[in-house]
Design a protein around this ligand. Structure first.
Ligand code: PLP
Length: 443
């Protein structure tokens, strides 16, 4: 009998015993093409020698030193490298152990910044429906996925949720993408005015929405208008690039493609590429300076923050992404994967939309392409596809609740940046088998 407390108590899982490039291997020797990098984590694939060697070398030198007493070389070097490539005036890096720790720290930093600036009335966060920012209570409060929040509602802080920018579902017939981007962004201004501009401290959003809605990119101009509104009302812009950052969409930081920079930015997942648990919160010089010239102490912290071994992994991963020209590869392989998906599913009666950026793509399933009506939640279509794909030797990331936390199904794909042309073909073939089998089972 196992003593591990698993995610699902009624499932029995195979044991992963090895990883090789784009494949994971279980104890029976079965190979799985990892087409979602777990949850958009394994951007370099499995078993990358350079990263493993960098971690081993760090362990041989120094595994851990508490940040209350010391800084460390890998933490300093990783922060330098991230800031060298970061957008806008992001100038400081707070290293953590995962995505929820990064978004949680972002919310607390925003609050402390306004307290120290002498604006203690600013304590309200605005975020978006159908977003996900993590599972700790602050992060879960900011997230807008109804299902994830429901049973914990009494424990959550009060956050407003405006509609996401979701072209396929929310752009009106005849509206241009640009007009829609503007309309969607202006919802932030409406909400700021509704709750009182002097009370709002931050707006939090994923530049490309990940797990909850399935690789949803913003409409053109959306984030430019969001940035303007934040500036106009003195509201901090927090971008959550935990899933879409670190090259996943074809640029090191996802927001580069929208031509804006946030005041606070969160990364994780691809930063450690699965080799170590690591996340980070980056903030602007202005925010850092307010704390530095004020109390001189961010009232936060975790035992394992800026862990030297995790930082060494992060440094090796970001260096690999940059030095091996992997951003270019994300763009070329991303285009190839999108074309292959379009060729296979573009006319499919039950695939309503194929979307995303770089190697961060999704297919949305519909019962009816014309009306965009989803399949009834009782079918559990996403879950069926996940199971069928896994049986066929494919790891992908299907989710239900795409539209409102309950209705809709999508499949998220986020393969390693090293995926080959042949593996793209394998991915599409296995995905097709899983989709057809699952659709047949509910017909
Ligand atoms: N933010 C986003 C956009 C995410 O996708 C996730 C995880 O899926 C998180 C935050 C939370 O990260 P973690 O699971 O590392 O705590």
């Amino acid at each position: 009998m196992s003593h591990v407390f698993p995610r699902h108590t009624k499932q029995s899982l195979p044991t992963a015993v090895a990883g090789e490039g784009c494949y994971l291997i279980d104890e029976t020797g079965k190979r799985y093409l990892d087409a979602s990098g777990g949850a958009a984590v394994s951007c370099l694939g499995h078993g990358d020698r350079d990263i493993i060697d960098a971690i081993k070398a760090q362990l041989d030198t120094l595994a851990y030193a508490h940040t209350g007493f010391f800084t460390s070389d890998p933490a300093e070097k990783l922060a330098d490298l991230l800031i060298k490539h970061a957008p806008g005036d992001l100038s400081r890096v707070y290293l953590l152990s995962g995505g929820s720790e990064a978004t949680e720290a972002a919310i607390k930093l925003a609050r402390q910044y306004f307290v120290e600036r002498g604006e203690p009335q600013r304590g309200h966060v605005i975020a978006r429906k159908q977003s996900y920012h993590g599972n700790t209570l602050g992060a879960l409060s900011a997230g807008g996925n109804a299902w994830r929040r429901a049973q914990f509602a009494p424990l959550l802080i009060d956050v407003s949720h405006i509609d996401p920018c979701f072209d396929y579902r929310l752009r009106h017939e005849g509206e241009t993408p640009e007009d829609y981007g503007l309309r969607a962004a202006n919802l932030l201004e409406e909400e700021i005015l509704r709750v009182g501009p002097e009370t709002v401290m931050a707006f939090m959003a994923e530049p490309v929405v990940g797990a909850t809605a399935g690789a949803v990119p913003p409409a053109p101009g959306y984030f430019k208008r969001i940035r303007e509104i934040c500036d106009q009302y003195g509201v901090l812009l927090i971008l959550d690039e935990v899933m879409c950052g670190m090259g996943r969409t074809g640029t090191l930081f996802a927001c580069e493609q929208d031509g804006i920079a946030p005041d606070i930015l969160c990364i994780a997942k691809g930063l450690g590429a699965g080799y170590q648990p690591i996340g980070a919160m980056l903030c602007s010089q202005g925010i850092y300076g307010t704390i530095a010239q004020g109390s001189g102490f961010f009232q936060h912290g975790h035992t394992y923050q800026a862990h030297p071994t995790a930082a060494a992994a992060g440094l090796a991963v970001v260096s690999a992404i940059l030095d091996r020209n992997l951003l270019e590869r994300v763009n070329t392989q991303g285009d190839k994967l999108k074309s292959a998906l379009n060729a296979k599913f573009g006319q499919h009666a039950h695939i309503g939309d194929i979307r995303g950026r770089g190697l961060f793509l999704a297919l949305e399933l519909v019962a009816d392409r014309t009306t965009k009506m989803p399949f009834a939640p009782k079918h559990g279509l996403a879950g069926k596809i996940k199971k069928a794909a896994f049986e066929a030797g494919l790891i992908c990331y299907p989710m239900s609740g795409t539209i409102d936390g309950e209705n809709g199904d999508h499949i998220l794909l986020a393969p390693p940046f090293i995926i080959s042309d042949a593996q793209i073909d394998e991915l599409v073939e296995k995905l097709s088998t899983a989709i057809e089998g699952s659709l047949a089972s509910i017909a």
